[in-house]
Write a protein that binds this ligand. Structure first.
Ligand SMILES: Nc1nc2c(ncn2[C@@H]2O[C@H](COP(=O)(O)OP(=O)(O)OP(=O)(O)O)[C@@H](O)[C@H]2O)c(=O)[nH]1
Ligand SMILES: [Mg+2]
Length: 360
């Protein structure tokens, strides 16, 4: 899973990136042309650790998330739209993390000269809406020309769908709000609309607001929808904590009233928002966690490992983590009848331990 971090300039993107990934990128400003920072982090999952102890494999491979720290969006005055480079990065992410500034820091100027996180979010979303709208309009123009020479049903259906998208965008609403059939989702998938991607809003707060999350987030509730979530995080504090030893970090967190690290909260929020679950493969070679969406059937889950596994899928031997942990041996699971043989229609559950049977 790829998550792109966006925000106005100097909103704390790189600071948060450091907090989430343990990187130590210099937080000095960098121009829009600079390379984006990327880092891959392991998804903490106690189950992988326990399986690792039981199987003592050569390799332990946890699930991962990639974070991309992008260049800042310009100030309100210079509405220049996005650079091609920025769009190239952001169109490929699975979810967008928009960070907005609520922290006060006299040494750091705000591009609009005042602190107003709701306004900043509206501004970011407005940029995304404009970007999507221009794609919709271009495509509609092209389809109109095409349909003049030869009109197909597929073109007509796409045009009708784009008209619905356009109406919503002209109303300054994100495409996340559009109800689409599976077929319609297939039609628009290739466009990689920015306002259709799941959105995580991070309000970057002062240390003094760490215990006031409900209050801080209240103004954002009305812009939220089922594909958006908001969190308040002090990026600066979290970055500092990330650089401490585990013991020191725990002490410091308790003192400040931070129940869970920003990294852990963000991963949980991302999994919920994207509807992700993990299944495991185990053995003496490796113990590994795989990430899939929660409605994935067994053959497609196998495909996450290798396309051959999906093509030649025969069946899946499944035992749930909880059933396995009560026995700590795959053989015992079979003896006790808690290992199931599942076919092509089985929907993989979070925590399933699976051995795929396939023929190629
Ligand atoms: N007080 C305070 N300062 C912060 C916080 N987060 C970031 N800063 C400061 O704000 C400045 C900008 O932070 P960055 O993380 O570089 O922000 P950015 O969004 O990556 O900036 P650009 O990449 O230049 O757009 C730095 O001087 C940070 O130290 C925070 O939570 N509290
Ligand atoms: Mg930065």
């Amino acid at each position: 899973m790829k998550i792109g971090i966006v925000g106005l300039s100097q909103s704390g993107k790189t600071t948060l990136f450091n907090a989430l990934t343990g990187a130590q990128v210099d937080t000095a400003a960098y121009s829009g042309k600079a390379e984006a920072h990327r880092a891959i982090v392991n998804v903490p999952d106690q189950r992988v650790e326990v399986l690792n102890e039981i199987f003592a494999p050569k390799k332990k491979i946890p699930a991962t998330i990639e974070y991309i720290d992008l260049a800042g969006l310009g100030a309100a005055e210079k509405k220049s739209g996005f650079s091609d480079q920025f769009l190239g990065h952001i169109r490929l992410v699975d979810a967008i993390l928009a960070i907005v500034r609520s922290f006060s820091n006299d040494a750091v100027p705000h591009p609009a000269n005042s602190i107003d996180p709701s306004r900043d979010l509206r501004e970011i979303e407005a940029e995304f809406v404009l970007s999507d709208l221009s794609i919709v309009e271009n495509r509609m123009e092209r389809l109109t020309r095409q349909m003049k020479s030869k009109k197909t049903d597929a073109d007509a259906r796409e045009f009708a769908l784009l008209e619905r998208c356009k109406a919503l965008l002209e109303d300054e609403k994100p495409l996340r709000r559009l109800q689409m059939s599976t077929e319609e989702e297939m039609i628009v998938r290739g466009y990689q609309f920015l306002t259709q991607k799941p959105l995580i809003v991070v309000v970057n707060i002062d240390e003094s607001n760490i215990r006031n999350e409900a209050q801080v987030l209240a103004p954002f509730q009305q812009v939220m929808d089922p594909h958006a979530a908001a969190l308040s995080i002090s990026a600066q504090i979290e970055m500092e904590i990330r650089q401490l030893s585990d013991d020191e970090a725990q002490l410091f967190q308790a003192e400040l009233g931070i129940a869970e690290s920003a990294m852990a909260r963000l991963i949980r929020t991302s999994y919920d928002l994207l509807g992700l679950v993990s299944f495991f493969t185990v053995g003496s070679d490796e113990v590994r966690a795989w990430t899939i969406t929660q409605d994935t059937k067994a053959p497609q889950a196998a495909g996450a490992i290798h396309t051959d596994f999906e093509r030649g899928f025969i069946r899946a031997e499944v035992v749930h983590y909880d059933d396995f942990i009560a026995r700590k041996s795959l053989a015992q699971c079979k003896t006790d009848g808690v290992t199931r043989l599942e076919g092509k229609e089985y929907i993989v559950k979070d925590g399933d331990i699976i051995t795929f049977r396939f023929a190629v």
